[in-house]
Structure formats: C-alpha cells, structure tokens
Design a protein around this ligand. Structure first.
Ligand code: 13P
Length: 285
C-alpha cells in the first residue's frame, strides 16, 4: 500500500460484497495503534475517524503522519476520516494536510442549504481524490458538541435522499433510521423498512452512525439491507477507560503510561476485533 487512501474503493467493495467497513473513532497514538494493528491482523479495510475536537486535540499533522506510517507498515487499505465536520474551511485545511476522506455534517440545516454546503465540499475534495460523506436526517444523542434532543430527531426521507445524492455528488450517505450517538436508554429500534426504501432509491454506499450499544444482530441486519460503513466510538471508549480505572484501583501509585495504558489497549482491541467480525470485513485483503 504505502499511501493514505480515500474511503471510495473500500466502500464500493463493501457494497458489492455485502459487508461493511468499520469506522473507529480514535483519540491518540494508542487508540490509533489498536485500530490499525487489529485491522491488519484480521485483513480488514479500516477507516480511522476523528471528530473536530479530536483532530484539534491530537493534531491533524500527527494523525496524517501516523496514517502514513501505518499505510507503509500494513498492506490493508487505511483511510483517515474527518467525522462530523461542519466548517467548510476547516475541512479544506485538513484535506490540504493529507486527509482523503471527510464527512461534512450540515444535517441540521434545511435541505437546500445542506445541499449547497455539501456541494462546495464535494467540489473541493474532488480535486484531491478525497471522498465525501454527508448526512440527511438527524440523529439523536451527542457526538462531540453536536447535541440534539431525541424528540427532535428526524429520520431520513428516501425520496429526499435520492435527490440529495443527485444534487450533491457525494460518495456516501449517512442516514437516520433510529440510531443515536452514545448509549441507549432502552433497546434501540431501527427502521429497517426505511433503510430498504432508501437502498432502493440511492445507489451509493450508506452509512450507519451511532452503532455503539446496538445489538450485533441489528447491525448485521442493517448491513444485509445495504449499510456499508458502521461508525463506532462509545463502545471503544468505555472499555478502554474502565480497564485503565481498574488498573489504577489495583496500582494507585503507578505513574508509567506504558503500564497503565496497556490494559486499556488490550480491552479496546477485543472490541475492535468483535466489531470487525460483526461488519464481516475480515479476510477481505
Ligand atoms: P457511537 O459513539 O454511538 O458509536 O457513534 C459513533 C459515530 O457515529 C461517529 O460518527
């Protein structure tokens, strides 16, 4: 491999062969390492995602550098992805830094404004061979500083979705069918019929946000009905943090990051493995 790739080819392959590429949200070197190492071991394509505050925290140039190293080290496709970015200028800057996959999230805007914002990003990204995901419909829950009340959540309309894809020229579409960012109060209810209708009207890869805390069988069903990218953040953060907390309970005096980060990485790796199996993206390369 050797180069940071866009998410285009990997998502089209997933669509053709009825599996999903997992997109894992990372925050630092350790979580980046866990994701790419595990994906490489399992021969899975992978998308390493960062929200705006993550990229600010870790540094876009550091993330690009890590991805360059990983792309040389492992012969699986690795994309780094800007997740839930809302500012066009910031996306342009990070594409210039080396990102080749982005989400422009204007889903809170009215349809026409959403289209106009997304189109501007698509036109820019196209020059760099970068892929663009956009969202139509609104997810409940919290992702970064985007907060919505569940009652305001609005599912994706299949007819609008077709028009949106046609007018924007995006590469993949994030849809709202009942998932939410973060943990659920009860069992999530996914609108599979709506997903089927969207799939019939939209030809590009479909993306499921908020896949943490959704039962595996539901995620698998969504993939069987046309989801090609599955976003996971919360399900990685909690076990990582819990393992580190547990470590400090037993070793309150420890100060060596190599010691206290390792149990977090081990716990996270287990989940990354599991999610790759749920996505069916293993042994694809
Ligand atoms: P979760 O935190 O619910 O997994 O959502 C992740 C996500 O959708 C990132 O875009």
């Amino acid at each position: 491999m050797g180069t940071i790739v866009s998410s285009k080819e990997m998502l089209l392959d997933a669509q053709k062969n009825h599996y999903a590429v997992p997109a894992f949200n990372i925050h630092n070197l350790e979580t980046f390492q866990v994701v790419v190492e595990t994906a490489a071991e399992m021969r899975s394509p992978v998308i390493v995602a960062g929200t705006p505050s993550t990229i600010t925290y870790a540094g876009a140039d550091y993330i690009v550098a890590m991805a360059e190293v990983a792309s040389k080290k492992y012969d699986i496709p690795i994309a780094i992805h800007l997740d839930h970015f809302e500012k066009i200028d910031v996306i342009k800057t990070y594409i210039n830094t080396g990102f080749r996959s982005t989400m422009i999230d204007a889903s809170l805007e009215p349809f026409a404004k959403n289209v106009a914002i997304v189109k501007e990003v698509v036109d820019y990204a196209y020059q760099f061979g970068a892929t663009v995901e956009a969202e139509l419909g609104k997810l409940s829950g919290q992702e970064d500083d985007l907060i919505l009340h569940e009652k305001d959540a609005l599912y994706t309309n299949p007819e609008e979705a077709a028009e949106f894809v046609m007018k924007t020229g995006i590469d993949s579409l994030a849809i709202a069918i009942g998932t939410a960012h973060g943990l659920y109060k009860g069992e999530p209810k996914l609108d599979f019929e709506r997903l089927e209708q969207i799939r019939k009207k939209v030809e590009i890869p479909l993306v499921l946000h908020g896949a943490s805390d959704v039962p595996d069988e539901m995620v698998k069903k969504a993939i069987s009905l046309g989801i090609c990218k599955v976003n996971v953040a919360t399900d990685l953060k909690i076990p990582f943090a819990n393992a580190v907390k547990e470590f400090f309970k037993k070793n309150p005096e420890e100060s060596d990051p190599r010691k206290y980060m390792t149990p977090g990485k081990v716990a996270m790796k287990e989940i990354v493995r599991h999610k790759i199996l749920v996505c069916g993206s293993n042994d694809r390369y």
